[in-house]
Design a protein. Sequence first.
Length: 237
Amino acid sequence: MKRPGLLAGIGLALATLLVLLFVFPHQMIAPGALIPGHARIQNDCFACHAPLRGASSTRCIVCHVPAQIGVRTTTGHLIDKVPKRPAFHAQLKELDCTACHSDHAANLFAGKRPMTFDHTLLNPAIARNCVSCHAKPKDALHAKIAGECAQCHRTSGWKPANFAHDRYFKLDGEHNVACVTCHVGNAFKGYTCFGCHAHQPAQIAALHAEEGIRDIGDCVRCHRSAKGVEGDREDED
């Protein structure tokens, strides 16, 4: 059974494509303008591309020596006396420059693509040592965490984090509540235990004073779950 509407739609789409190719041939076919650093080879496609095979990493490293990327320019000049970023390209398992880079800015109709990095290209020892490339977070939440970033984060993206909540406070019993009850305004770098009617500052302060405890600002220091009223108290200085 024929569908005139579908055939008409396909025909219109093909006609539109042909018109665009006729009116904007360069913009439709060309991969986009070269990045400024490659302007001098604007007319030398084979400086980067192998015939019928596209850009070749073996041609990239003729100018971009992996061990010198981020350290020196392609003309040999020192970029920074103290490198701002580690020179990790020499630690890649294989040279696949186009997995992260493109020497073209993309054509008019392609749109901008976010910059990505495939961490599987790194040697495992380097990939696990995140702070060799990334600055360690200095906020209060991360300052108390000892361990690898992979406990919560993935190389596919820093967010969302997969936080192992039970390691710090188990959400059992009546504590299995909405996040905003403890993390007001979804501010997850801090918490409060005074979001429940049973936990009022004056009441909690009085109960702890009986035990000689004055600092009640960090409940999870002693209390790790809803089980039991007594906490695993740490000695105060």
